[in-house]
Write a protein that binds this ligand. Sequence first.
Ligand code: C5P
Length: 220
Amino acid sequence: MNSGRTGRHAGPLVIAIDGPAASGKGTLARRLALHYGLPHLDTGLLYRAVALTLIDAGTDLDDGGAAARAAGALSAERLSDPRLRERAMGEAASRVSSVPEVRAALLSWQRKFAEGAQGAVLDGRDIGTVVCPGAPVKLFITAAPEERARRRHLELLGRGEETTLAAILADIRARDARDSSRAAAPLKAAEDAVVLDTTELDADAAFAQAVAIAERLKAA
Ligand code: C5P
């Protein structure tokens, strides 16, 4: 295993990974964190946890004030709730994530994580553009919507969630449109991010390419 401090980059290493739903960024982020011995934060879980708090309280997901309060009061224990991984929660998270006060409350949480002495790997939608704009390694992971839907379908079937490929593709297109068009921190690649298209890559090939890119950016 390589050390996170090899190469010309000095100090704690922060790796920012962004991309649309089911692009493979979560798997890549976990593997990069393991490879470099860094803590990892899946920032989508924060937005999912805010949505789950509202759902559990019977509050409308479009109640921006309630969403902002839930984001401000979020506790780390909430992030391990298995319901956060359910398909409906991705859609619900996408709705609360367009509220600027929700994003502001979660920003300080994410920055604190990234500023730890060890460095960190964070994955989400706005890590390279807003949360960690100074990260030396920025990756934007993408793949064709049909391929992302196929992967997510397999993953959900594996977890016993009944669903169809067509429904997932529709979800993915709706989430892409909402995440890319919102005014607050929309999904987009940072200008200095390297784009990695995983449509034709399996998980190992994508990981090998991501490490090669990270090594190059670290040494730049
Ligand atoms: O990555 P994941 O699918 O878990 O994210 C769920 C939703 O949370 C996304 O569709 C997006 O709307 C929102 N999100 C965000 N910014 C992040 C991470 C997730 O807006 N950094």
